[in-house]
Design a protein around this ligand. Structure first.
Ligand SMILES: *Cc1c(COP(=O)(O)O)cnc(C)c1O
Length: 398
């Protein structure tokens, strides 16, 4: 008898009874925007990261854009950042007409290599934007020290890393960056549907971010048009600066509150799946498993990315990876080439003239990486199935 094909998804949100209950409560309350639930979510995430302020926004990208804008980064400025990331971390710099200055990454983690930062600094450098790739904290202590020495703003893109800890300090914490951003798209560890959240200890920056997300209004969220007249609702029509509509609604925030209350459980489930894959794939020839730096006291597994054919000749890697992915897909195992380096994306090539070869480590990771199906609801049979499919695909192709 042939085995029935399993329905394995690349990612899946873990939505339980608490999420349903809190979202229904918001529907019953009839207050769907600018309400107390977003504030509760902000406080939960801020407390969890040891920060004074949290600002909920409509996406991780919106949070990064607000920060680049709020720090006054614009035309003529450069921001040192990584080419091995989701494109939004670099696009946020372009939105404000500043220029990303890419620095190559570390081979083991795919994170920004602090050793390359100083050579990339110019008189135009205003900030460093570090990314905690795949839920593994970047070398934030060293990057922060470089930032302090050169009086640069440090923005942390923690969109893939909520709950991760470096030497016992949570990512997003003030020991590292001036401000950090989390993201809650449905493939992330914590989801709100669409959503993001900025954390910082700087009260003035927090006020500015609140204004920027809310059309440049100077007022606090509790004074929206749903507020009672005694709240001074007229201020709703005062706009003191150019702002955006980057607010988070109450339904999304309710999801976020429930998921954040379950954060430890969600991260433990994902860690168990990562361990399960590791046990099944350990020692498979031509497959390199993800490594966790000893300084990472807690990993927040976002994806499980393996490198296939890492030691193959460069010219053969992309082809090999493509054939392995095709075999996985044919076996019903969805997978993705995480990441295609940002500088090689078509519009970055066109705009900045990148041709390949500029950032060899990021590019090698880009030619060999495969993200396997990964979320907290995968069971042992799913992991067996994926691991077998990968072993067979690599055995045939490599
Ligand atoms: C997901 C992600 C973002 C953006 O998040 P959205 O909520 O999808 O806008 C930014 N940076 C990184 C590294 C991400 O993984």
């Amino acid at each position: 008898m042939t085995r029935a094909r399993r329905q394995i998804t690349l990612s899946a949100p873990d939505i339980g009874p608490l999420e349903r209950e809190l979202v229904l409560e918001v529907l019953g309350s009839k207050r769907l925007a600018l309400g107390p639930v977003a504030e509760e979510f902000e406080q939960l995430v801020a407390r969890r990261t040891g920060r004074r302020h949290g600002i909920a926004v409509s996406s991780g990208t919106a949070g990064l854009h607000i920060l680049v804008h709020a720090f006054g980064i614009g035309a003529g400025h450069e921001v040192v950042t990584t080419p091995f990331s989701f494109i939004a971390s670099s696009n946020a710099i372009l939105f404000e007409n500043a220029r990303p200055k890419f620095v190559d990454v570390e081979e083991r983690t795919g994170n920004l290599d602090p050793a390359g930062i100083e050579a990339a600094l110019t008189p135009r450098t205003r900030a460093i934007l570090a990314v905690d790739v795949f839920g593994h904290p970047a070398r934030l202590e060293e990057i922060a020290a470089i930032g302090r020495e050169h009086q640069l703003t440090l923005i942390e893109d923690a969109c893939e890393a909520i709950g991760a800890e470096l030497n016992g300090v949570p990512v997003g914490n003030g020991r590292f960056a001036d401000a950090a951003v989390f993201a809650f798209y449905p493939n992330k560890q914590v989801t709100t549907g669409e959503g993001g959240l900025i954390v910082t200890d700087d009260g003035d920056l927090a006020d500015l971010c609140r204004s920027l997300r809310n059309q440049g209004r100077a007022t606090t969220p509790s004074r929206g048009p749903q507020a009672t007249p005694s709240d001074g609702g007229d201020a709703w029509l005062d706009h003191v600066r150019l702002g955006f509509n980057y607010r988070m609604d109450e339904l999304s925030a309710a999801l976020g509150v429930a998921q954040t209350r379950r954060l430890d459980e969600l991260l433990e489930r994902r860690a168990a799946v990562a361990d399960g894959y590791r046990a099944r794939l350990d020692g498979v020839e031509h497959v390199r498993l993800p490594t966790v730096d000893p300084a990472v006291s807690r990993m927040s597994w976002f994806v499980f990315v393996v490198q296939v054919g890492w030691n193959h000749p460069a010219g053969e890697q992309a082809g090999l990876r493509g054939r392995v992915m095709r075999r996985l897909e044919d076996a019903g195992v969805p997978c993705r080439p995480y990441f295609q380096p940002i500088h090689l994306q078509p519009f970055y090539r066109e705009r900045f003239g990148f041709v390949g070869g500029e950032f060899p480590v990021a590019e090698r990771l880009g030619r060999t990486s495969i993200a396997l199906p990964f979320h907290g609801l995968l069971d042992g049979d799913d992991m067996d199935y994926v691991a077998d499919a990968l072993r067979r695909a690599v055995g045939r192709e490599a």
